[in-house]
Design a protein around this ligand. Structure first.
Ligand SMILES: Nc1ncnc2c1ncn2[C@@H]1O[C@H](COP(=O)(O)OP(=O)(O)OP(=O)(O)O)[C@@H](O)[C@H]1O
Length: 248
């Protein structure tokens, strides 16, 4: 199976803390690969190094075989590495459609055109509407973002990311703060999204992880102690002791 994204030997120390201890993992076409682990295990630090907001002390990141370790986040995003849910980057006073158009214009590489002519740019508008349809928000296109539910905002963030024609998604706790219904709706949406681009998913909500993940990697003290299917991870004694056990 095609490896889309690969981290090799990612290492990061903060003083005496080894937050990433030679972490290697890959993300393959069509899959959702979840990274789970207790608080402080190093999940956010790992995602930050893959997305480029934090430089590793050692190791490399490859996107479709290209070494992107030295690229800043913006250039990684341009190459198709789409990070969502980090901090909401939505413009709350603008409409749903305007937010997606802004993303589409950014992807087209000419933001200065936005306020003058974007409304007339059919190609961009078509891309924005297709992205909204994909996440189930087309009917809300003219609503102001501030009036959306948290769950709808997450859907909108995915729509903005989709305008980049992503090769891979990095998702950091998409279910955080959502109620049961919102989580279920987002889970259903992410379920289909993996066909467009594979998803590296950091998530505390184990219902969502077990429902979605093709593979799970378990991170404990900066080290991956196991990678496998949902069944393999559930049955793994070391994982149960280190992580799942404490939740039971
Ligand atoms: N900027 C920093 N400076 C110093 N230590 C840090 C820094 N960022 C993270 N750490 C430490 O690195 C370790 C991993 O933290 P990280 O936030 O990556 O874990 P996490 O698995 O994402 O945790 P959580 O599930 O609580 O979000 C922790 O011991 C944390 O205290």
């Amino acid at each position: 199976m095609t490896v889309v994204l690969e981290a090799r030997g990612i290492t990061k120390r903060f003083g005496a803390v080894v937050a990433s201890d030679a972490i290697s993992l890959d993300l393959r076409a069509g899959e959702i690969h979840a990274v789970i682990g207790p608080n402080g295990a190093g999940k956010s630090t790992l995602i930050a190094q893959i997305s480029g907001s934090l430089a590793p002390d050692a190791g490399s990141v490859q996107l479709l075989g290209e070494d992107i370790t030295a690229l800043p986040p913006r250039l990684r995003a341009k190459k198709g590495l789409a990070r969502t849910f980090q901090i909401s980057a939505l413009a709350m006073e603008d409409t749903v459609l305007q937010n997606v158009l802004l993303g589409a214009v950014g992807a087209a590489g000419s933001p200065w055109r936005f306020w003058r002519s974007v409304g007339a740019d059919r190609d961009l508008r078509g891309k924005a509407e297709a992205a909204l349809e994909r996440v189930g928000l087309l009917s809300e296109a003219h609503r102001v973002v501030a009036t959306l539910s948290h769950g709808q905002r997450r859907q909108l963030e995915v729509a903005v990311a989709l305008t980049l024609a992503p090769k891979a998604f990095l998702m950091d706790e998409p279910m955080a703060g959502l109620g049961t219904e919102g989580s279920q709706r987002l889970t259903a949406m992410l379920d289909g999204l993996r066909r467009e681009a594979p998803i590296l998913l950091v998530e505390h909500d184990m219902d969502a992880v077990f429902a979605l993940a093709d593979r799970i990697s378990v991170l404990v003290y900066g080290r991956i102690i196991a990678t496998g299917s949902v069944e393999e991870i559930r049955a793994n004694a070391e994982v149960r002791a280190a992580y799942l056990g404490e939740e039971a």
